[in-house]
Ligand binder design. Sequence first.
Ligand code: NAP
Ligand code: GDD
Length: 324
Amino acid sequence: MTSNKSALITGITGQDGAYLSRLLLEKGYEVNGLLARRGSDTLWRLRELGIHEQVKMIDGDLTDLSSLIRAMEQSKATEVYNLGAQSFVGTSWQQPVLTAQVDGVGAINVLEAVRIVNRDARFYQASTSEMFGLIQAEKQDEKTPLYPRSPYGVAKVMAHWATINYRESYNLHASSGILFNHESPLRGIEFVTRKVTHAAASIRLGLQKELRLGNIDAKRDWGFAGDYVEAMWLMLQQDKADDYVVATGVTTTVRDMCEIAFRHLGLNYLDHLVIDPGFFRPAEVEVLLGNPAKAKARLGWAPKTSLEQLITMMVDADIRRLGG
Ligand code: NAP
Ligand code: GDD
């Protein structure tokens, strides 16, 4: 299908990049992705969704403004989704400078490319509930003060405020989605949900015996990535740019999430769990719980997938991948 709508997605090879690409292709967009070319099989997610041949890749990196200007010119993008990031919180203590450059300065580079090449293009910033960190309200919404607890959170606060500043300084249609944790079968294996579903499947199939985790009392507001990319698109269809919390409004401990995953395979997680202090973080975000009322009222967005449905979907996908 030909279309006059063209999107540019940074982070197209990541979890959200894959689901957003599929959504935009279904809506008739030309989808362009910034490809950093740093891994050996970076296209696996797009391939799993069967769309790797439908997206156009443009070489570039968030730390290289010239490549972003070229990507804007080449794609003629009318919508720009900045999803690219060093997104693993744990790694941000090992690589704080890189995280700041990619997640903080990188977002400013994309905003600059939009400002220089096409000020009418609409911009989406992948902000995060990690910015709430040491929470200042029981339920976090767009007005809750930020208190980041990791180098990742600090870098994302910079990008979040840069988005607001470009909206106010240059009248760019720049929106920020403050998304709470969202997962899927395409989640990276280092994140706790996928680590758990992959371990449960491996243990069921006799490939692994134990699961080593850190703080299992941490609580997260977990949703399904496929639902959350719809909220990103909806934000860019509004007349006015704004900031929105996207969450389920339900919070669950890592412990209870493990229980769901193992129970689905007839296993008891307590028979396999080992607490490993190596996975504790220097400063922890103990609990996150979002209030998505604004997204519901203004965007008409609501999550469609429960945590039980999400985790069982991920376990089933891991069983399939492991050949069970
Ligand atoms: P992800 O799976 O880790 O994907 C990150 C993407 O960024 C990958 O495509 C990666 O490319 C790319 N990237 C990394 N460094 C780059 C660089 N220097 N230049 C260009 N691209 C680079 O993350 P995700 O879960 O899809 O999350 C998408 C975005 O939403 C991220 O910004 C994340 O911080 C944010 N976020 C995520 C959640 C969540 O729960 N998933 C919640 C709130 C906000 P490679 O494939 O080459 O590594
Ligand atoms: N990854 C991991 N591995 N986390 C563990 C483990 C473990 O072995 N054991 C306990 N946890 C706890 C972490 O300490 C944290 O409290 C919680 O599980 C969730 O960890 P992650 O799945 O790594 O996600 P996150 O909340 O730190 O960050 C994710 O969500 C953010 C939104 O709030 C990432 O997707 C970020 O990019 C995103 O911004």
